[in-house]
Design a protein around this ligand. Sequence first.
Ligand SMILES: *Cc1c(COP(=O)(O)O)cnc(C)c1O
Length: 480
Amino acid sequence: MKAPAAKGGARSATAERKAAAAKGGARSATAERKEDARRRLPSVDAVLREAGPLDARARERLTAAVRDLLAERRASGEGLGAGAAARLARERLAERDRPTLRRVLNATGVVLHTNLGRAPLSARAIDAMRDAAAAVSVEYDLAAGRRGERHGHAARILAEVTGAEDGVVVNNNAAAVLLALAALAARREVIVARGELVEIGGAFRIPDVLARSGAKLVEVGTTNRTYARDYAAAMGGRTAAILRVHASNFRVIGFTASASSKELAALARERGVAFVHDLGSGTLLDTARHGLSEEETVQEAVRAGADVVTFSGDKLLGGPQAGLAVGRAAAIAKMRSHPLMRAMRPDKITIAALVATLASYRDGTAERELPVWRMIAATTASIGRRAKALASALTAAGVRASVIETRSTVGGGSLPEETQPSRAVALDGHATRLAQRLRRADPPVIGHVIEERFVLDLRTVLPEDDELLARTVIKALKEM
Ligand SMILES: *Cc1c(COP(=O)(O)O)cnc(C)c1O
């Protein structure tokens, strides 16, 4: 392979020298040095020879990286040997090829960290996903030996664990809300309390979703207080549904009032309209048992009489990204047969992970098996013991650290402002530098900064990852 870049560089150096000579001016020391370096740069061929045998594809990619590297050195005036150039070009390629979607250790103290993929999955769900990655009976009825129903797999277990008549799964809860409204209320009116016209994040705004579904928004009540009678007064011939939206990421305190799910379900029933309840996080377990405030569970929302209850798969449920809609058979059937369903249907791997996650609830093992609930249920005593062990291991390895008391949060648009007591390991040193250094570790460790100290909150790290965390932090900071 020829090396036009290197030759070109040499030529231009000569030209420059001639030009300088023609001007008769004295050349600066910097210009001299740059020219020297240019002459000392290896050819692309020489660098590739250093790199050893390569197949055609690898050679082509390395050649491009070497050309870029030499062009930079030519411009900066720094010299470079052929061997070093080969090594640097290879490192650059490896850096560029490294996936940006990587497993990280979440020591932020935020259980459902949206930027870190919300719920980590259970071993059971991960096994199911691995199996489903091969050929699976996603739309095949094994008993009958013919085409089967994609939606059947999750529907049965969803109904069982929530107490609903039926259920359907789409890509996320935003899709579930959109589909419910499109299927039940298109071109007609949907009544929503003013205090529930919320933005969930990622530009998911209830008024916009309503508009996209083809339904017309009718606002009732005030920001802080809305009563069942406000909904009743707004109902007319064009009303198709009442929509209730969980205030997931904020809290209204003080002089407030809202209609209960039961009242709204009764009203909807009486007037022959649908009641759609977007629960947001949608917990199947009692949050109050772990020192968090009480949340209406999915089972309670179903029992209250909603036609459709929607919630996320990857928030408090602790499963994969998905949108779950459960409720009365007739309403769920309308959603399932709506044309939008095809654009929102989940893939086989999501279905597998979701069914495995739901199986933990069915078997009564959710708090033991699902990482989200294991983290929420962890006691401060056990977190404290682990923090102490981590701090000792780090200190023994020359990384100064100490245990501090912290407060962790559930996050991910669940239980806003709610915290649980936790324990963290605070590292001695410059917080920003430590954070940066650990983000570059393998696997990257994501902590947070409290009062200018970099801390690793252990509630959001699973005990089986403690050793990996210690090893990774030591390795990363020893190299500092
Ligand atoms: C989180 C949330 C959503 C969006 O759910 P995704 O699964 O992220 O699409 C919608 N509504 C409420 C009330 C939420 O809390």
